[in-house]
Design a protein around this ligand. Structure first.
Ligand SMILES: O=P(O)(O)OC[C@H]1O[C@H](O)[C@H](O)[C@@H](O)[C@@H]1O
Ligand SMILES: [Fe+2]
Length: 185
């Protein structure tokens, strides 16, 4: 972390994207989401290089620093694998009690949440929606609309991402398009 940030602004927030020296950009293509969608046959027939979402994260302190904050903005593209909406991988936090804020910026979606007892619920994401994700609650986002979904997040720098639990057991429910209505099944 540099100390001159007060004098020289280096992080820019334009077009729903963060740009600057401490910003990490990552792209997830469909091939990296192997195993998270329910319809294997539909998945196998799709282009694995298709971009599903992009994240830019502003990390002003080192990962695992206690007391710091990170911020990210994610663009999740519209689409489905079979009848299941495009969604993020989803994770618990490695430091499991760490909470997070998400907020909707553009488009329509659902934040899918699951506690350690594997109870699942969802909150509608729309421009201006605000979501407090308590600790010990796994979170994933689905795009239920026809345009890109943009949402932002702020989380503790010592939260970490635990993807393994979700990779192994998944979420207990899926968000499916049932006759045009996003439905948890
Ligand atoms: O990490 P995923 O489950 O793929 O979700 C994608 C991203 O969504 C948000 O931007 C979170 O703040 C990020 O921490 C997360 O990486
Ligand atoms: Fe998180």
């Amino acid at each position: 972390m540099r100390t001159n940030r007060i004098f020289i602004p280096e992080v820019f927030f334009t077009n729903n994207c963060l740009t600057g020296e401490d910003v990490i950009k990552s792209t997830r293509v469909l091939g990296e989401l192997d195993g998270i969608f329910g319809d294997r046959q539909a998945f196998d027939g799709m282009d694995k290089d298709q971009v599903i979402y992009q994240v830019s994260s502003y990390l002003p302190v080192l990962e695992n620093t206690p007391g710091g904050l990170f911020m990210g903005i994610t663009t999740l593209y519209p689409g489905k694998v079979g009848s299941e909406f495009f969604m993020t991988k989803g994770h618990f936090h490695s430091n499991s009690d760490r909470a997070e804020f998400y907020w909707g910026v553009e488009g329509e979606g659902m934040l899918i949440l699951m506690n350690e007892q594997r109870e699942v619920w969802a909150e509608r994401i729309f421009p201006g929606s605000l979501h407090y994700i308590p600790g010990k609650v796994a979170h994933r986002v689905a795009n239920t609309g026809y345009q890109k979904l943009v949402f932002s997040a702020c989380w503790p720098s010592d939260a970490g991402h635990d993807y393994a639990t979700i990779s192994a057991a998944g979420f207990a429910q899926r968000l499916i398009d049932v006759n045009g209505v996003p439905t948890l099944v």
